[in-house]
Design a binder for this molecule. Sequence first.
Ligand code: MN
Length: 192
Amino acid sequence: MKLIELPYAIDALEPVISAQTLSFHHGKHLQTYVDNLNKLIAGTEYETMPLEQIVSKAPAGPLFNNAGQVLNHNMYFTQFSPNPATAPTGRLAAQIEKQWGSVDAFKAEFEAKGVGLFGSGWVWLQSDASGELSIAQYANADNPVAHGFKPLLTFDVWEHAYYLDYQNRRAAQLKELWKIVEWKVIESRYNP
Ligand code: MN
């Protein structure tokens, strides 16, 4: 497993996410999860599995935690852009409007679930096999893949994701992140 490359410059997401935060979050935190995962899978049945399959099959413990964190961060970092399409369109937009009434109402519930998650974890927009959407809170390294859902959009609410830029103000960080969410990426995950 290799550390993913960021699809933008290290300072491209400023001021929403600073270059300093990105350099630690991607270059140190994610790198550590990748290194730990590679040590854990070496010489095992997991060594040649795709990442999503490792997450689905790993027992609770260090292997699941490190594989889950690599998957979560890979999807987190690749969903942002400095010049994003700032609203969903097409089938995804229609489904959000059907279930929440508006994109703004969806965003409000997503932020509230991120703020309300106690401790470290992730808030996700996920879909089931029929295309029905839901917002879910997952603790620590857990994620939709481990529960049979398709992962679409995620905000990282571990303190390492925002503390250098926002200190304790998790809600402020979550509100700002919408400015850099690339909805074309979220749509491509929903409509592969
Ligand atoms: Mn993180």
